[in-house]
Design a protein around this ligand. Structure first.
Ligand SMILES: *Cc1c(COP(=O)(O)O)cnc(C)c1O
Length: 371
């Protein structure tokens, strides 16, 4: 059995692409043209996905506005909304696709909490599309600015056949580690509807320390993966994290003035073109289990490191959860799912997952089990 360590760039860009990639003006122009054509708008490259999301919000909405977000999400989304001076309103999810649905939304906007919301961010959690036809109509009926966040779902399709990222006023992509497009770092907002407010595009070049960290990441991961065979990968990764040679994705800071490193352009072009041809499946498969601590421990013993969960709290990671005072009563399903979810990244081959599945199976929460 191969030993994996989640977050170790198993399907990300190669060591040499990151170490030696140059990123010429031509590459940047080509990436901009590709994004403009594909998503039919004006792209602005950013330091990361959350900064791109903040710019999208600022372009169409105003400080103090309430923004509806998925009640099961990444801290990056919360940070982006608050960073734009706006208030996130969490909508509960359903257990089928981990997205909010029209019923929850209608209820939410009828309560004092959700009443008067001005924007809505669609997330397509783990690559599972929302029912966009209904959500689009809901947004129109309630005068909401619709923003599509494709961090999990770039390349996927809605049920009506439209590609994700072609519907809302703006589309946001993260190019971060393990995202649907993974160039280690970076993000982009594509403005489609006419802007309501002027925004300043990022003008500062990427910090040298951040560029270096991104360039070296696949190398460090390669070292840890190698050491995994003698059970030392985890120790080495803890060393890299402690010395800040590697940064956890969630810890990347919001900065709407910084551009991404240029070398990512070529890698992004390749990835966007490749899913353009084959379509993009869900990036993670999920299931709900009883006694997750025990399951994860058994999996670890068998060589699977599935500990980096999307998501272990309704807004993850856990270390940021307490500070944001999540409205648990408003989102009971998200709380429940977050306590039971395990997700398997799609880059494991299915035969490599056989042992994992047999470990998980006895713990699966079946439909009809008591909630
Ligand atoms: C990761 C993520 C983002 C953006 O992340 P960055 O780390 O800022 O690139 C946005 N939305 C969701 C749902 C995410 O998971």
């Amino acid at each position: 059995m191969k030993r994996y360590y989640l977050g170790l760039n198993v399907n990300g860009p190669s060591i040499s692409e990151c170490l030696f990639g140059r990123g010429s003006k031509g590459d940047l122009r080509e990436l901009n043209e590709l994004l403009a054509r594909k998503y039919r708008g004006t792209p602005i490259l950013c330091k990361n996905g959350r900064s791109a999301l903040t710019l999208a919000l600022k372009a169409y909405l105003n400080g103090g506005d309430k923004i509806i977000v998925n009640g099961f999400t990444c801290y990056a989304v919360y940070e982006a909304v608050v960073g734009a001076g706006m208030t996130p309103i969490f909508a509960d999810i359903n257990e089928k696709d981990l997205n909010f649905d029209i019923k929850t939304l209608e209820k939410l906007v009828a309560t004092p909490t959700g009443r008067g919301a001005k924007g809505i961010i669609v997330q397509n959690t783990l690559g599972n599309a929302v029912d966009m036809e209904k959500i689009e109509k809901f947004a129109r009926d309630h005068n909401l600015i619709l923003i599509e966040d494709l961090a999990h779902s770039a390349g996927a399709k809605y049920y009506d056949g439209r590609e994700v990222g072609t519907v809302g006023a703006a589309t946001v992509l993260s190019f971060g580690k393990d995202k649907a497009i993974n160039t280690i770092t970076g993000g982009v907002v594509i403005l489609r509807a006419p802007q309501k407010n002027e925004i300043e595009a990022p003008f500062k070049t990427s910090k040298i320390s951040e560029t270096l960290r991104a360039r070296l990441y696949p190398l460090f991961c390669g070292i840890c993966r190698g050491l995994n065979h003698v059970h030392l990968g985890g120790i080495m990764m803890r060393f890299f994290l402690a010395t800040h040679l590697v940064e956890k994705s969630a810890d990347s800071r919001l900065d709407i003035r910084r551009k991404p490193p240029k070398f990512i352009a070529k890698i992004a072009i390749q990835q966007i073109k490749s899913f353009h041809h084959r379509g993009q499946p869900a990036i993670r498969e999920f299931c709900l289990v009883k006694n997750r601590v025990e399951v994860l421990s058994k999996l670890r013993k068998a060589g699977y490191f599935f500990d980096a969960l999307w998501y272990e709290k309704p807004v993850s990671p856990e270390r940021y959860y307490k500070e944001l005072k999540f409205p648990e009563k408003q989102c009971p399903v998200a709380v429940e799912v977050a306590s039971k979810i395990i997700n398997l990244p799609k880059y494991y081959k299915s035969k490599d997952l056989n042992v994992a599945m047999s470990i998980i199976k006895p713990y699966l929460v079946e439909d009809g089990d008591e909630q």
